[in-house]
Design a protein around this ligand. Structure first.
Ligand SMILES: Nc1ncnc2c1ncn2[C@@H]1O[C@H](COP(=O)(O)OP(=O)(O)OP(=O)(O)O)[C@@H](O)[C@H]1O
Ligand SMILES: [Mg+2]
Length: 311
């Protein structure tokens, strides 16, 4: 559905995106992650046919974004970062206007508008002037606008920004639902959202792609993957030194100290595949330390993000 090959974007000499290549298959829900300024919105604008690339070839739904940008726009529903809405129009009126503008046949406009209003829970505010709506409702109008021409591909730039937790949950469910019949590329800084909805994650950093994999594979890769949290009473013995004698231990990080009890995070060289708990337990037993807790930690997408994008 999306094929990007050696794409770069330069703004007045500043390289925002540097020679990236990736693809998104039909039916995938892909999370597009990266720190502020990484180039996510820039890439999305180009994919949606709203901004020309400086270099590279980009095909969306089989069409070239430069040569066939109209065909691309017809098949893409794009929700930009700052949703530009006609604030003095009523919700209903706006969506009908947008549907017509996007080439929905006049006979079908009413149906499509009803459908997206239902999907985005906008029925209650359909007669309201957009300018008087709360941010969350405006966000939903933006989403409805992106979907009104029933596009194959949805490109959503931070669709849940500014929404309350109920709304975030409902938009997440909506995205999951839409994902059954649409291909979706969405950017967000809410990583739990990506873990809950996306089949694949693309991580962009300073205009370069750092990773492209399933959330599960990414969390297995990072250092936190096979780490163990222990709370022990090391009786004055040097805990770090004792644990470091185990060959599989990579690093010991003291998390907190509470009287004689020390909580430490022990990183493994084995990654998520191996288990260092037996080794740790032998050391604890041999030294006669007290042990209150020992558990393996599961790396989160946040760990992956931080590890891949820190300088
Ligand atoms: N129109 C523009 N003119 C000049 N520079 C721009 C323009 N738009 C974006 N940039 C620069 O390009 C870089 C990438 O911006 P972009 O908006 O794509 O980042 P982003 O990944 O979407 O970040 P965020 O998470 O903050 O939304 C930034 O350094 C930004 O300042
Ligand atoms: Mg952005």
């Amino acid at each position: 559905m999306i094929e990007v090959s050696h794409f770069s974007k330069t703004y007045a000499g500043f390289k925002a995106v540097r020679d990236i290549s990736f693809h998104v298959n039909k039916g995938e829900i892909v999370g597009f992650l990266g720190p502020n300024g990484a180039g996510k919105s820039t890439t999305m604008k180009v994919l949606a046919g709203y901004l020309p690339p400086t270099d590279g070839r980009i095909k969306v739904a089989g069409y070239d974004v430069v040569a066939d940008s109209l065909e691309v726009r017809r098949r893409v529903g794009y929700m930009p970062e700052n949703v530009p809405l006609y604030t003095d129009m009523r919700v209903d009126e706006f969506l009908r206007f947008r549907a017509a503008l996007k080439g929905v046949p006049s006979k079908k406009v009413k149906d499509r508008v009803e459908r997206v209003k239902a999907l985005c829970h906008l029925k209650d505010v359909q007669r309201k002037i957009i300018g008087t709506l709360s941010k969350g409702y405006r966000q939903r109008v933006g989403l409805a606008d992106a979907m009104v021409h029933d596009p194959d591909l949805l490109i959503l730039d931070e669709p849940t920004i500014g929404l309350d937790p109920h709304q975030i949950r409902s938009v997440r469910e909506l995205i999951r639902d839409l994902g059954k019949h649409h291909t979706i590329l969405l950017s967000t800084h809410i990583l739990s959202e990506v873990e809950a909805t996306c089949n694949r994650v693309l991580i962009l950093n300073r205009g370069k792609i750092e990773a492209s994999d399933t959330p599960g594979n990414l969390t297995r890769l990072v250092r936190g993957g096979g780490a163990v949290m222990v709370e022990v009473n090391p009786n004055g013995t040097l805990l770090k030194q004792a644990f470091a004698e185990i060959p599989e231990v990579d690093e010991v990080e003291i998390v907190s100290e509470n009287g004689p009890w020390v909580t430490a995070k022990v990183y493994s060289r084995l990654g998520a595949g191996g288990d260092i708990r037996d080794g740790l337990y032998s050391v604890i037993q041999r030294n006669g330390w007290g042990l209150r807790e020992m558990s393996r930690t599961r790396a989160t997408l946040e760990d992956v993000f931080v590890e891949l994008t820190q300088d």
